[in-house]
Design a protein around this ligand. Structure first.
Ligand code: KG4
Ligand code: ZN
Length: 340
């Protein structure tokens, strides 16, 4: 089954062509145009500019990806959630191609794409249920219980900022370029994570919800009230302490969920899944448990938004004949992946 994936929900215009069978897939081609250089001037993604950049990039990228390749049998496109300006571009192009080529269209939830990202270049039939998905990105931080393909129940999530957003905003306070997550993570490698006792918001709340806006404010106040020289704290120490506050909350909440639900796989996805310190702490927590739990996270190149994950998610919809006709598909910026 040859599937063309299209992703344009944020600041990456990504197109991929996958050949997928029951337990094997090949990424025949993939191309992504990042808009980071444009948005970093403004310190974050500007929706109007994102929409225009997607519109400029998408057709040439599709042409490049399809060059000398077999004709797709399906088109899988991110139709939500995300920035409406970007979603509209991907959805309109996918609709047009679906009509012109007379092939079925699959509207894919962006979160579901991240859920399948750990299986890119792996055997995608290896996903063992029940699975706990921790999706942490610039726009989302959610715990989703997955009992089967397409069966999602959200059991917790952030009440305010997403983890990636918190990383990006604190990076901005430190005058680090957008996106700040990778920059903070790199600096944190050389810092002391116990240097500043940042709060661990809602760590003992007993539920699976989270809140990161208070941590962002605590970082802001620390920078307002201290200087690195006087406090004898380095930028690296600050980053390591801030990052550890986030990791402590995510690890503790995950551990709480695992002790209440019989889970066979822990799946980490979304841009923040690239954080190796988070991967390490989750692995350590899992290693201490008596019941073995499989831990899956994406290869570094598939942590951030990409069209290959949308095409792979599309495969499971195509298998179930869950098709959206070209004249029915709608871009939905607030589409929730859950089925309840
Ligand atoms: O999934 P993604 O590419 O886009 C959204 O759907 O939001 O995630 C981007 C987010 C950004 O906030 C970025 O700062 C964060 O992922 N990120 C990281 C790391 N790499 C990317 N956050 C922490 N540590 C990292 N290594
Ligand atoms: Zn994403």
């Amino acid at each position: 089954m040859v599937i063309l994936g299209i992703e344009s929900s944020c600041d990456d215009t990504s197109v991929a062509l996958l050949d997928v069978s029951i337990n094997k897939h090949t990424i025949l081609a993939q191309k992504t145009a990042s808009q980071i250089d444009v948005h970093k001037i403004y310190g974050g993604v500007v929706p109007e500019i994102a929409g225009r950049k997607h519109a400029e990039a998408i057709v040439p990228i599709i042409q490049d990806v399809l060059y000398n390749q077999p004709k797709p049998e399906y088109i899988a496109v991110t139709s939500g959630p995300g920035l409406i300006t970007g979603l509209l571009v991907g959805v309109e192009v996918a609709k047009t191609l679906s009509y012109l080529w007379n092939i079925p269209l699959l509207g894919i939830n962006h979160i579901e794409g991240h859920i399948y990202s750990p299986f890119l270049e792996e055997n995608h039939a290896d996903l063992v249920f029940p699975t706990l998905c921790l999706i942490a990105s610039g726009g989302h931080t959610e715990y989703i219980l997955m009992k089967d393909h397409g069966d999602y129940i959200k059991i917790g999530g952030t009440r305010d900022d997403a983890v990636g957003e918190c990383f990006d905003k604190v990076a901005k306070l430190l005058s680090l370029d957008y996106p700040g997550g990778p920059k903070i993570a790199a600096l944190a490698e050389r810092g002391n994570k116990n240097a500043i006792p940042f709060p661990r918001p809602m760590i003992a709340s007993g539920d699976y919800d989270m809140s990161f806006s208070g941590l962002k404010t605590a970082a802001l106040y620390w920078l307002r009230d201290n200087t690195f020289e006087e406090a004898q704290i380095t930028l690296e120490d600050f980053c390591a302490s801030f990052q550890q506050a986030i990791i402590a909350v995510l690890v503790k909440k995950t551990e709480n969920i695992l002790s209440k639900h019989a889970i066979k796989t822990l799946l980490l996805g979304g841009g923040v899944s690239a954080n190796t310190e988070l991967q390490k702490h989750l692995s350590h927590m899992l290693a201490k448990r008596t019941q073995p739990i499989e831990f899956r996270f994406p290869k570094k190149k598939y942590c951030m938004d990409n069209a290959a994950m949308i095409a792979l998610a599309g495969y499971f919809h195509a298998k179930n004949n869950d098709i959206t006709t070209w004249n029915k598909i709608l871009a939905n910026p607030i589409w929730r992946v859950i089925n309840t």
